[in-house]
Design a protein around this ligand. Structure first.
Ligand SMILES: *[C@@H]1O[C@H](CO)[C@@H](O)[C@H](O)[C@H]1NC(C)=O
Ligand SMILES: *[C@@H]1O[C@H](CO)[C@@H](O)[C@H](O)[C@H]1NC(C)=O
Ligand SMILES: *[C@@H]1O[C@H](CO)[C@@H](O)[C@H](O)[C@H]1NC(C)=O
Ligand SMILES: *[C@@H]1O[C@H](CO)[C@@H](O)[C@H](O)[C@H]1NC(C)=O
Ligand SMILES: *[C@@H]1O[C@H](CO)[C@@H](O)[C@H](O)[C@H]1NC(C)=O
Ligand SMILES: *[C@@H]1O[C@H](CO)[C@@H](O)[C@H](O)[C@H]1NC(C)=O
Ligand SMILES: *[C@@H]1O[C@H](CO)[C@@H](O)[C@H](O)[C@H]1NC(C)=O
Ligand SMILES: *[C@@H]1O[C@H](CO)[C@@H](O)[C@H](O)[C@H]1NC(C)=O
Ligand SMILES: *[C@@H]1O[C@H](CO)[C@@H](O)[C@H](O)[C@H]1NC(C)=O
Length: 486
């Protein structure tokens, strides 16, 4: 027990020898004796001193790095300390000083010295206060993958005496959340927005650390295709597709037409696009963290009408007075809405609209238009047959007369043959011709060069003067406008 007390006493003496400097009532003590200060901060070196009674203090000052046998210099006389050193103590017992705006150059051992009035007795408190000045460095991984946890550390070269809290900045904006241990910033499940320049500082201090860049890497996102020109694309245009994606590190881009790979690179050019290119394009963005496809983009390529053709209802041969409907079809984008109808060898249009009623014979074609151009179809032939007799009253009368006459002639001929077998043979032939005409339902006839012939000198009533028709010509396809020529 006694031994341990003695041990403790000797340790105490040893400690006194280090921290305070005492000798029979002479003493200077510093608290703390080691100071780790932040660059540009103000350091307070707390200090007390004692001296035996009967002495008066003539002079007090601070010095640094005292050398034995050499009179120490008053620091306040140094130009580099003059402005920054402030004695806060007194001449009784308090020898505290403040040193502001410390720099690494201030790293020294600082000692208090006092001189008494009794025979210039002097005392120096050595060893003094050791000052270390530190800056701050952000320690962070160069890059972190999105979703991972990362911790940033604000590092100082010594343990700061001032236990102030740390402040963190991202891109110079103070951060308020997610502070871990005092000098660490913990970012949980890192997001892209967490990327930036991080710096740290001590609360209440002006010094801010240099910034460290945190690079957050992530798989491609937001992949999209833009088409240039953005408006209407007409067949033959040059089209540029651009793929944009958000990724870190930058992504490789590949292009697909439907499901087929067609190229790589952010830009995909199509020179002279054809309407066959009206297909679905998409791009794929790939980096080491993943890949992502854009939405599919369908190019709507406009083109002028093509494959223009006329379709005809029925045979194209119609009976006069009826009409035939022609209809124009075409392949175009946008679909053609304007159609013009032409008759061959006529310069002006004969009609418009997708269908057209042809009343006349001729060769007709259509022309389809959209805003990108027009094209003509091949011509189709329309043939109108005229039923002439039906439309001419006189023709009916003449025909009926002819039938009656023919009938009479037949009767007379029979009489004549019966009475005189030597009758003219040519007359019989004529009557045979007439029998053909007697069936008007089969054809339409036009009679021309009508010649009246007296069939038989033995006509029962000569006043009737019934004509006989010869040289009958059958006309088909006669134009309606000519029907009144007779
Ligand atoms: C010494 O003086 C300073 C400044 O006036 C004061 O803050 C400090 O408490 C004093 N120390 C003692 C031991 O009285
Ligand atoms: C991140 O930290 C949280 C909380 O400590 C933990 O639950 C999570 O598993 C960590 N994530 C990763 C990717 O380490
Ligand atoms: C040092 O601190 C002062 C205020 O105490 C401040 O105005 C100055 O900008 C600081 N200098 C540096 C380099 O941080
Ligand atoms: C995708 O990018 C566009 C434009 O760059 C942006 O406006 C949009 O917010 C982004 N979407 C997402 C989910 O990031
Ligand atoms: C982040 O890291 C990636 C991968 O090393 C690199 O390609 C990219 O340029 C970096 N970004 C920044 C902003 O430093
Ligand atoms: C695509 O076309 C544009 C403009 O015509 C041109 O500037 C660019 O170099 C082309 N890019 C490629 C990859 O061919
Ligand atoms: C249109 O014409 C092209 C040739 O000009 C032909 O290859 C294509 O089959 C035609 N399409 C139709 C629907 O007729
Ligand atoms: C139209 O004119 C051409 C010569 O210009 C001629 O060969 C053709 O027979 C004419 N067609 C009609 C239906 O008149
Ligand atoms: C279609 O016809 C109308 C009237 O004739 C005209 O105003 C319009 O410009 C035409 N449109 C096209 C695409 O030819």
């Amino acid at each position: 027990m006694l031994k341990s007390v003695r041990m403790t006493a000797s340790i105490l003496i040893f400690l006194l020898m280090i921290h305070g400097v005492s000798s029979a009532g002479w003493d200077v003590s510093y608290s703390p004796s080691h100071i780790c200060a932040l660059k540009n901060s103000s350091v307070i070196m707390s200090c007390t001193f004692t001296y035996p009674t009967g002495y008066n203090i003539k002079k007090v000052f601070w010095t640094k790095n005292p050398v034995k046998g050499k009179e120490p210099l008053d620091l306040s006389k140094y130009p580099e300390y003059k402005q920054r050193l402030q004695y806060l103590g007194d001449t009784q017992q308090n020898c505290t000083i403040r040193l502001s705006h410390v720099t690494q150059k201030d790293e020294d051992e600082y000692c208090f010295r006092f001189i008494t009035n009794k025979a210039d007795t002097k005392w120096i408190g050595a060893p003094g206060v050791t000052l270390t000045v530190t800056d701050l460095q952000v320690e962070a991984p160069e890059r972190v993958t999105e979703g991972h946890n990362v911790s940033l550390t604000c590092k100082s070269s010594c343990t700061l005496t001032d236990r102030a809290t740390f402040i963190w900045y991202r891109n110079s904006q103070p951060l308020t959340e997610r502070r871990d241990r005092n000098n660490q910033l913990l970012l949980q499940s890192v997001r892209r927005e967490d990327a930036g320049r991080y710096s740290c500082a001590l609360h209440g201090h002006s010094y801010i650390s240099p910034a460290a860049h945190l690079n957050v890497t992530y798989a491609p996102k937001n992949v999209s295709v833009s088409v240039s020109p953005s408006g209407v694309i007409v067949e033959g245009d040059s089209v540029t597709l651009s793929c944009s994606s958000d990724s870190n590190p930058p992504a490789k881009i590949s292009w697909f037409k439907e499901k087929t790979f067609v190229g790589s690179g952010r830009i995909y050019n199509i020179s002279k696009i054809s309407s066959d290119h009206s297909e679905v394009y998409k791009c794929k963005s790939t980096n080491e963290h993943g890949e992502k496809y854009s939405a599919a983009v369908t190019l709507n390529i406009m083109y002028p009408p093509r494959n223009v053709s006329v379709s005809i209802t029925g045979s194209g041969v119609i009976v006069e007075g009826d009409s035939v409907t022609l209809s124009c079809s075409s392949d175009s984008n946008p679909p053609a809405l304007n159609f013009s109808w032409f008759k061959e060898n006529q310069s002006s249009a004969v009609g418009s609209g997708q269908s057209f009623s042809a009343l006349q014979s001729g060769r007709f074609f259509c022309e389809a238009h959209n805003q990108h151009g027009s094209q003509r179809s091949d011509a189709v032939t329309v043939t109108v047959k005229v039923l002439y007799w039906k439309t001419s009253y006189t023709a009916i009368v003449v025909t009926l007369c002819g039938v009656v006459v023919a009938f009479i002639i037949v009767l007379l001929t029979c009489c004549c043959v019966n009475r005189n077998k030597l009758q003219s043979k040519s007359l019989t032939n004529s009557s045979n011709d007439m029998s053909i005409i007697s069936d008007p339902s089969l054809f339409s006839y036009v009679y021309e060069n009508v010649v009246a012939v007296h069939s038989c000198s033995k006509t029962p009533d000569p006043k009737m003067n019934i004509p006989l028709y010869e040289n009958v010509t059958i006309y088909e396809n006669l134009n309606i406008t000519n029907r009144n020529m007779l």
